[in-house]
Design a protein around this ligand. Structure first.
Ligand code: MBD
Ligand code: FE
Length: 312
């Protein structure tokens, strides 16, 4: 049996030095993380006989990934963001925090600062009126006893008929398909929007380039993202994934979970359309959210993940 160079005391202490262990400046937390990253990277290189060409290909890949702003997309596609959900579920269980609507990944396409509206919002700018199906989305935000929560913030965002998100897709108007809706006295939120299409990774981008090498597609089912929050309740990051989508259980980002499937109904009834103030075929989707009580103020807030246009 040959000794692994990456296991030797010399190499381990070399990486401790590279991680700043021999100085008192900087961040002890980052040093602890970095030494582990370096040591594990060295082990992978040695154990898998990574060639120099493979190593420099990976370095170049990271440069291209970052240049295209796709790092958040890749971590979703490789299941790491879903892993964080599973880890947080397990942590919750250990702490006895249970119940309510399941969490699922935020994804990389949230934009802070969407318009705030009371009770009811029109989310689309009308630019896809010719091709989109109108969607009426509504529901109640409840506590674990089933009591409605008035004044909850339902911060929701979704893609257009092409599977693209405003801000990242510069052809869309500002905050198209993004709103913050405050629930009414009965805990209800209502949105008139359009039925979204599923997202697909840019076929020419670095994330899809990696997925190609793994023999995988980069498609998501049609879905709607939510941040749900209310004073005294635990922040919820989740999504509704639409039941009729062929990618429902074949999501490249692994966000679909039991309890988060939206049963969208398509209605072809002129009288029903007229009573909604529209013409033609439309869709209805009802979805309620249940929030846990916040056992400490910090649990009322979303993660501090850096986000587009986030100022605080
Ligand atoms: C999306 O719309 C999304 O929700 C995720 C998780 C990744 C890429 C695009
Ligand atoms: Fe999305």
């Amino acid at each position: 049996m040959t000794v692994k160079i990456s296991d030797t005391a010399e190499i381990q202490s070399f990486f401790e030095k590279a991680a700043g262990y021999d100085n008192d400046n900087g961040s002890p937390r980052l040093k602890r993380i970095m030494v582990r990253v370096l040591q594990e990277t060295a082990k992978i290189i040695e154990d898998l006989d990574i060639t120099d060409d493979e190593f420099w290909t990976a370095v170049d890949y990271l440069n291209r990934l970052g240049a295209r702003g796709e790092a958040g997309l890749l971590v979703a596609g490789l299941g790491i963001e879903h892993f964080l959900d599973l880890l947080n579920d397990a942590r919750d269980e250990a702490l006895g925090l249970a119940g309510g609507t399941p969490r699922t990944i935020e994804g990389p396409l949230y934009v802070a600062g969407a318009p705030i509206v009371q009770g009811e919002a029109r989310m689309d700018d009308g630019s896809e009126d010719d091709i989109a199906t109108v969607m009426f989305l509504e529901g109640t935000v409840l506590d674990l006893d089933g009591k409605p929560i008035p004044g909850a913030t339902v911060d929701l965002w979704h893609a257009n008929t092409k599977g693209n998100y405003s801000y990242f897709d510069q052809t869309q108007s500002e905050y198209n398909l993004r709103r913050r809706i405050l629930t009414d006295a009965n805990g209800r939120y209502r949105a008139r929007s359009i039925v979204p299409s599923g997202y697909g990774c840019d076929p020419k981008g670095p994330t899809q380039e990696c997925l190609d090498q793994l023999g995988r597609h980069g498609q998501r089912p049609a879905h709607i993202h939510f941040f749900i929050s209310a004073p005294g309740y635990r922040h919820l990051t989740t999504q509704i994934n639409l039941s009729d989508d062929k990618y429902l259980w074949d999501d490249f980002a692994y966000a679909t979970r039991e309890g988060l499937i939206g049963e969208i109904r398509f209605v072809e009834d002129e009288a029903a359309a007229a009573s909604r103030g529209i013409k033609g075929r439309f869709a209805e989707l009802e979805f309620n959210f249940q929030l846990q009580k916040a056992t400490e103020p910090n649990l009322e807030k979303r993660s501090q993940r850096p986000r587009a246009l986030q100022t605080v």
